[in-house]
Ligand binder design. Structure first.
Ligand code: DGT
Ligand code: CA
Ligand code: CA
Ligand code: ZN
Length: 597
């Protein structure tokens, strides 16, 4: 069992206990254990094999160790099951809604017997929530907004969750024996979309005389995959099933000689394929999942690789991330496809948190982990004081933090430590640290973590004010969305782009799979306006530094090239590409004259 599955069961137990009115100490124990296991480097299943290893983990006593063992042994937890006998399972859906925590859910259940998203929506629409203690009109509206996001997103999965499943499944299939040559993910996952409906996998078979028998045997083998919850279809060349997390997987078994045509077809997008098929027809051919074929006579023109097929169609090879019917075919025809940025181009990570605020690792540990990834530099950017839940730093602690970063430079070699902060943009657009302190930082990253529901005009003014501050260099997760959970802030992105371009402020593509912010189409628009881009992980542990690939894939979907991304530059060039620091220039705070509601 994977760590994240164990963590989910513990987290849900904590939430159900809170709904059930358990005392805080009781559910917090489960919540903390869930957090710990979710961020653990080692596999909990391995640790549990040793009698004493579990209780050596911080905060895990004998009792919790026994619960974890039960989960690992049975795949579920008796207390969770017991609580789910008391409440409908749909109550777990309510917990995924922003703005509706366990306390409010418990109140709704007691008063109305409400446990489904539809019922809550009905109550909110009938304006029955607003008079209820702890709710109010604003919270009623926020709940309706959250329900909208929920409905749009149900059934779709985050990129990293699918990545995890795809890697494990493909590894299993490759171990099927000699008949299997390879297993390759296709579909929206291969295109790097931010959410995935289902996972498509192509399995190429080696040519052999026992072909039909082999295909049947491999299909049988695949259906024995331990992660399968339910088999949906079992055809001759195709199997479909649901995994334990409800992700649907479509696996197709095919001959190596038509791999290119199949990969092209099942990678999509559908719209991209339609354009290619039309083009093939115009050239006197037909294109399907088996081959590019002559219309008359049926001779195969190309089938084995995608490259061959594109070449025959007189197109440059289109990277999967661009296959969204957004101008890529005409660009491929004219030889004008972008030279997309790649993971290997990234030389530094510019947003990460340490134990100073809400990160799990020290400055030195982050540095060592980043060096192991081959980076040249990192910026340590802990939260500023406005983010109290993250133990944000005030001026004094920031100065101390800067000293610690300087000290780390002496202790850890082979990587450059930049002193940074993720400084909060306050409600009125001022930054959360004084100019004197900002002046001592190497990298100033700014972002919004509060008053996220400001009206459009006020939010636009707020970000513009932050850009006006001459210390601002990078805007982190600029639209503030959380994928499948929270919509973007409401503001005039065009105006922000214009001001940022003028001031030389860079825009972040936040690589965290919950954020991917700026997103693909916003990145493309930013690039078109000549904005500088950075791709950062926002890591809260050494493990999270590896999320960079999701930021890169999102940037590629936004047609971003290496030259657009300033953290592909060597350190000196990178520092010169940042907005220059003001030198002794008096700086008028924008606060007083701005009116923000
Ligand atoms: P998803 O799963 O909703 O995230 O998106 P996709 O793009 O993975 O869509 P999916 O799983 O339905 O199909 C995988 C690919 O197979 C799709 O991108 C293109 C191809 N495909 C599927 N159905 C059709 C179809 O009816 N016509 C064409 N031209 N292509 C199709
Ligand atoms: Ca799919
Ligand atoms: Ca599919
Ligand atoms: Zn944080």
């Amino acid at each position: 069992m994977e760590n994240h599955e164990v963590a989910r069961i513990l987290r849900e137990t904590a939430q159900l206990l809170e709904i059930d009115g358990a005392i805080i100490g009781r559910y917090r124990t489960y919540e903390k254990a869930a957090q710990l296991i979710g961020g653990l480097h080692e596999r909990i299943e391995e640790l549990a094999k040793d009698e004493s290893k579990l209780t050596e983990l911080p905060g895990i006593g004998d009792g919790m160790a026994a619960h974890i063992r039960e989960i690992l042994a049975t795949g579920d937890y008796s207390l969770r099951k017991k609580l789910l006998n008391k409440y409908p399972a749909t109550i777990l859906d309510l917990l995924t809604l922003q703005s509706l925590g366990p306390k409010k859910i418990a109140a709704l259940w007691k008063k109305f017997g409400t446990a489904t998203v539809d019922d809550v929506e009905k109550l909110a629409r009938e304006e029955k929530l607003r008079d209820f203690p702890g709710f109010g009109e604003k919270s009623e509206q926020n709940i309706l907004k959250a329900i909208e996001v929920f409905k749009r997103s149900t059934g779709r999965f985050l990129l990293n969750a699918v990545d995890r499943e795809a890697q494990a499944l493909c590894k299993y299939i490759r171990e099927a024996g000699d008949a299997v040559e390879d297993a390759t993910p296709a579909g929206s996952f291969r295109r790097g979309k931010e959410t995935i409906g289902d996972l498509d996998v192509l399995v190429t078979m080696r040519p052999g005389k026992d072909k039909p028998k082999n295909v049947a045997a491999v299909a049988e083998y695949i259906l024995k995959y331990p992660g399968i919850e339910q088999v949906l279809a079992h055809g001759e060349n195709k199997v479909s099933f649901l995994l334990k997390n409800n992700l649907q997987v479509d696996v197709r078994l095919l001959e190596k000689k038509c791999f290119g045509a199949a990969l092209l077809y099942f990678t999509g997008s559908k719209e991209h394929n339609v354009v290619l098929r039309g083009r093939a027809n115009d050239m006197g051919w037909t294109l399907n999942e088996y081959a590019l074929t002559e219309l008359k006579g049926g001779k195969v023109v190309a089938a084995k690789t995608e490259e061959e097929i594109y070449t025959k169609l007189k197109l440059k090879y289109v990277p999967p991330e661009l296959r969204e019917h957004c101008g890529e075919v005409s660009a491929a025809e004219e030889g004008k496809l972008p030279q997309l940025v790649s993971l290997a181009d990234i030389r530094g990570d510019l947003q990460m948190h340490t134990v100073a605020s809400d990160g799990k690792n020290t400055i030195e540990e982050m540095g060592e982990a980043a060096r192991a990834l081959g980076y040249e530099y990192i910026a340590l950017t802990d939260h500023s004081k406005a983010v109290t839940v993250a133990n944000g730093l005030d001026d004094k602690r920031t100065l101390e933090h800067i000293r610690k970063i300087h000290a780390a430079r002496e202790r850890v070699r082979g990587i450059q430590f930049l002193a940074g902060m993720e400084v909060d943009i306050l409600k009125d657009g001022r930054l959360d640290l004084s100019d004197e302190v900002l002046a001592q930082l190497d990298v100033v990253v700014v972002s919004v973590h509060s008053y996220m529901n400001l009206e459009r005009a006020a939010m636009t003014e707020r970000i513009l004010a932050a850009i006006e501050n001459p210390y601002t260099q990078i805007i982190a997760h600029p639209t503030g969305r959380l994928i499948l959970r929270r919509d973007a802030f409401d503001y005039d992105l065009e105006k922000i782009y214009e001001a940022a371009a003028k001031a030389g402020v860079a825009m972040e593509c936040n690589a965290h799979p919950d954020r991917l912010d700026l997103k693909d189409i916003h990145l493309r628009a930013a690039r078109d306006r000549g904005l500088k881009i950075v791709i950062s992980t926002d890591a809260h542990s050494t493990l999270h530094l590896q999320l960079m690939k999701y930021g890169v894939v999102t940037a590629r979907r936004g047609w971003i090239e290496k030259k657009d991304v300033i953290n592909t530059l060597p350190l000196d060039a990178f520092l010169s590409a940042l907005r220059p620091k003001p030198h002794g220039k008096p700086y008028a705070k924008p606060a007083a004259k701005r009116k923000t509601a």
